[in-house]
Design a binder for this molecule. Structure first.
Ligand code: MN
Length: 130
């Protein structure tokens, strides 16, 4: 199948997320879920982040604007900025979100089911590079 999605004409409306995020987060699905792949732009306000989660196959993050962090469980958060691209392997527990003093927008290409867990505690939301 080759299918072109023109602008957002066939996409679903932007939605504010809360159940699996901390802080104010807007998700803008830019391609309807297609063959187990979801593509969306995610807008994190300063301090906002995902809950801990895994992806059944993996995920690509392309940071479009601002500054934030991605963190694999057991490791220190890594700073990410506009232009950075992140690959997250299958079943790696992780979170991603904005820095405390900056918004962050990333495109997320999520492959396979996303499995959500508990929120990231403030103590684990460590600031690097400040
Ligand atoms: Mn993820």
């Amino acid at each position: 199948m080759v299918k072109v999605f023109r602008g957002r004409a066939q996409a679903t409306p932007s939605e504010q997320r809360s159940a699996t995020f901390t802080g104010t987060v807007w998700a803008d699905p830019i391609m309807p879920a297609t063959e187990n792949v979801m593509v969306g732009n995610v807008f994190f306000s300063p301090g906002a982040r995902t809950h801990w989660h895994t992806h059944d196959v993996g995920q690509v993050l392309n940071v479009l604007a601002g500054r934030g962090f991605v963190c694999r469980e057991g490791e220190e958060p890594q700073e990410i900025r506009a232009g950075d691209v992140v690959w997250i392997s299958a079943n790696e527990r992780h979170w991603h979100g904005a820095a405390q003093d900056s918004y962050m927008i990333h495109m997320a290409i999520s492959i396979g089911k996303t499995n959500w867990a508990e929120q990231v505690a403030d103590a684990d939301y460590v600031q690097q590079g400040d």
